[in-house]
Design a protein around this ligand. Structure first.
Ligand code: 13P
Length: 250
C-alpha cells in the first residue's frame, strides 16, 4: 500500500511570526496517531525556524523548489544539499506555478530531480493540465509528457524517493476542486503509467497526491478513492485546524 501523505505548500505566504505560530500549532495539535504522514513546505527563508520547532515532532519539512545544479555561481539559487542540511526531507518540483512563471521546463525539472536525489531528498513531483488542455482532450498526453521526462531520465526512482502530485491547473487556488471521479480517473491513468515505466511493484507503492482547492470539507471524498493517497494542499494548509483535519480525512 502507498503511504498516505498530506503535504502543505505554503507558497509565498506567512511572515516569520506566522510561520512559527503555524508550526507550533501543528506540533501541539497533531497526534502521533494521525492517519497520514504530514509534511509542511514553508518559504525557504522560514525553513530553519520551522525545522527547529518541528524537530521532535512527527511532521516533516519540505521545500518548494531547489536548484538544478549542485553549487557554484548561481546567484539567488538554493541547492538541494543546503536544504538537506536544514533538516528538509521533501522537495516539491515541477509545480505548475513554476512551470508557468519561472521557466521550469521538463528538462530543468529533470535536473532538479537529480539534484534532489543526490542530496537524499524525497521528490514530490507535480503534474497537471490546464483547462484548455483538458478541453482539447490532451489530459493523458500532458501527464505522459510531464512524468516521462523525469521517470525515463532517472533510473533509481522508488516509492522511497518519489511522490507524485496531480494538480489540475484549473483547480489551483480557484475553488474549482476536481470531482472525486475526475481526480480518480487521472490518478488511475498515472498509476498505470508508473507501472509501465517503473515496474508493477514500484508503480503500485508510489503515493499519488491530489492538489487543487482541496480543503477540510472535500478531502475525505477525494481520499477515499483507490488511487488517491493524500493531498498537496495550498490555501487550506495555512490554517492549522484545517490542515490537521485534512490529515485525518481517512
Ligand atoms: P490550493 O490548495 O490553494 O488550490 O493550491 C494547491 C497547490 O497548488 C498546492 O501545491
Amino acid at each position: 500500500m502507498p503511504k498516505k501523505i498530506v503535504a502543505g505548500n505554503w507558497k509565498m505566504n506567512t511572515s516569520l511570526e506566522d510561520a512559527k505560530q503555524l508550526a507550533q500549532s501543528l506540533k501541539e495539535n497533531s497526534h502521533q496517531d494521525t492517519s497520514s504522514k504530514l509534511v509542511v513546505c514553508p518559504p525557504f527563508v522560514w525553513i530553519h525556524a520551522v525545522s527547529e520547532i518541528l524537530r521532535e515532532s512527527n511532521i516533516s519539512v519540505g521545500a518548494q523548489n531547489c536548484a538544478a545544479t549542485a553549487s557554484g555561481a548561481f546567484t539567488g539559487e538554493i541547492s538541494a544539499s543546503m536544504l538537506k542540511e536544514l533538516g528538509v526531507e521533501y522537495v516539491i518540483l515541477g509545480h505548475s506555478e513554476r512551470r508557468a512563471m519561472f521557466e521550469d521546463t521538463d528538462a530543468v525539472i529533470l535536473e532538479k530531480c537529480k539534484q534532489a536525489l543526490a542530496a537524499d531528498l524525497q521528490i514530490i513531483l507535480c503534474c497537471g493540465e490546464t483547462l484548455a488542455e483538458r478541453e482539447a482532450g490532451k489530459l493523458e498526453d500532458v501527464l505522459t509528457t510531464q512524468l516521462s521526462a523525469v521517470l525515463k531520465g532517472i533510473d533509481q526512482l522508488t516509492s522511497a524517493n518519489l511522490v507524485i502530485a496531480y494538480e489540475p491547473v484549473w483547480a489551483i487556488g480557484t475553488g474549482l476542486t476536481a470531482t472525486p471521479e475526475q481526480a480518480e480517473s487521472a490518478h488511475g491513468f498515472i498509476r498505470n503509467l508508473l507501472r509501465e515505466l517503473l515496474g508493477n511493484e514500484t508503480g503500485e507503492e508510489i503515493s499519488l497526491l491530489y492538489g487543487g482547492s482541496c480543503n477540510a470539507t472535500n478531502a475525505a471524498s477525494l481520499f477515499e478513492r483507490d488511487n488517491i493517497d493524500g493531498g498537496l494542499i495550498g490555501g487550506a494548509s495555512l490554517k492549522s485546524a484545517d490542515f490537521l483535519k485534512i490529515g485525518n480525512s481517512w
